[in-house]
Design a binder for this molecule. Structure first.
Ligand code: ACO
Length: 322
């Protein structure tokens, strides 16, 4: 049975930048509050007309180039997104067409901020069981479209972007394990309270945007991510000291610091992009991975722990040798 190994990464952030000072003009907030409570300094926002598949295409082309893989050799496309271009076709099918790929399986997964870890876990199983040799796995979001720009408790936290990886079958190493979880009992703490089956007419309403009880989500995220670190290490008979890099979901610097403390890791071994990108939901982990691969911090052969927590609640991790 093969491993699934990441052979290329890519990322894309829209050109438009929204700083904390810009937000001070929109809602009753301050740069200082946002920095101290979240670590965020700025986020990128998709231009009018720029959609999730536009961002996904840019990130995917970069990942293909780094892996040296031609689009026509891709035999599986999995896109994690909460903000698809269309109800259907899926964003994965739209991306497939953009990349001039034909015939392979292409589908979306929806696990909000944990979406990329879910997509990675699904694609890994295709590769391990021989159903795919070269997969394109993407996390892409235009999360800004889901925000209530009058709610200071949520609109300061999120941004748009896309990250992508190429996963290839490898006889030697790659993903060692993925751990995917959910508990649907927590909808009330974090949700968008409307959807298609309730009728499309409410969708423009300001009350049909992201709602979050941030403080309660924060506590759940810290506790749950601590547990999944233990679960992942135990499943692989590994010690904390075996991990070279933590690549966490980028929601809040205080949540990231708590997970790093749990791993007894210094922040120098943690990839942090939340200051620059905000929370890009499903795009956050692959974007952070791409940043640290491209700037040379993460090197081939190193041990990486990827983890995320998000709406659902959903949470998950992946342990891999890069
Ligand atoms: N600017 C200024 N004040 C604010 C702002 C703001 N942007 N937002 C909230 N406040 C105020 C509140 O109204 C409250 O005021 P009060 O004391 O007068 O009532 C005060 O700040 C404290 O509010 P808390 O919510 O208790 O602040 P907290 O320290 O918990 O920080 C935050 C809020 C940043 C949202 C934090 O709870 C958090 O990061 N939660 C987790 C979010 C997360 O991880 N989401 C991940 C999943 S996202 C997904 O899946 C889509």
């Amino acid at each position: 049975m093969s491993f699934a190994r990441i052979t290329g990464t890519g990322g894309y952030l829209p050109e438009k930048v929204l700083t904390n000072h810009d937000l001070e003009k929109i809602v009753d907030t301050t740069d200082q509050w946002i920095r101290e409570r979240t670590g965020i300094e700025k986020r990128h926002i998709a231009l009018e007309g720029q959609t999730t598949v536009d961002l996904a295409e840019r990130a995917s082309r970069q990942a293909l180039e780094m892996a040296g893989v031609k689009p026509e050799d891709i035999d599986l496309i999995v896109v994690a997104t909460t903000t698809p271009d269309r109800i259907f076709p899926s964003t994965a099918c739209l991306l497939q067409s953009r990349l001039d790929i034909h015939g392979c399986a292409a589908f979306d997964v929806q696990a909000v901020c944990t979406g990329f870890i879910y997509a990675l876990g699904v694609a890994e199983k295709f590769i391990k069981t021989g159903g795919s040799k070269k997969a394109l796995v993407v996390g892409a979001e235009t999360f800004s479209r889901l925000l209530n720009w009058e709610d200071r408790g949520t609109c300061v936290l999120f941004g748009d972007g896309a990250g992508a990886v190429i996963l290839e079958a490898d006889d030697e190493t790659g993903i060692l394990s993925t751990h995917l979880h959910a508990d649907g009992d927590y909808e009330a703490l974090l949700r968008v309270p409307f959807g298609v089956s309730q009728g499309m007419e409410q969708m423009d309403d300001i009350n049909s945007k992201v709602e979050m009880r941030g403080n309660e989500v924060f506590k759940m995220a810290v506790n749950t991510l601590g547990r999944i670190v233990d679960e992942t290490l135990e499943a692989n008979n590994m010690e904390k000291s075996d991990i070279d890099w933590l690549v966490p979901h980028q929601a809040n610097i205080r949540i990231i610091q708590a997970t790093a403390r749990k791993l007894k890791m210094s922040l120098d071994q943690v990839v942090v992009t939340v200051n620059e990108h905000g929370n890009t939901s499903a795009a956050s982990v692959p974007l952070a991975l791409d940043v640290a691969v491209r700037d040379g911090r993460i090197k081939k052969g190193e041990m990486l722990l990827l983890e995320a927590f998000g709406g659902g609640f959903t949470w998950g991790s992946a342990l891999l040798r890069f």
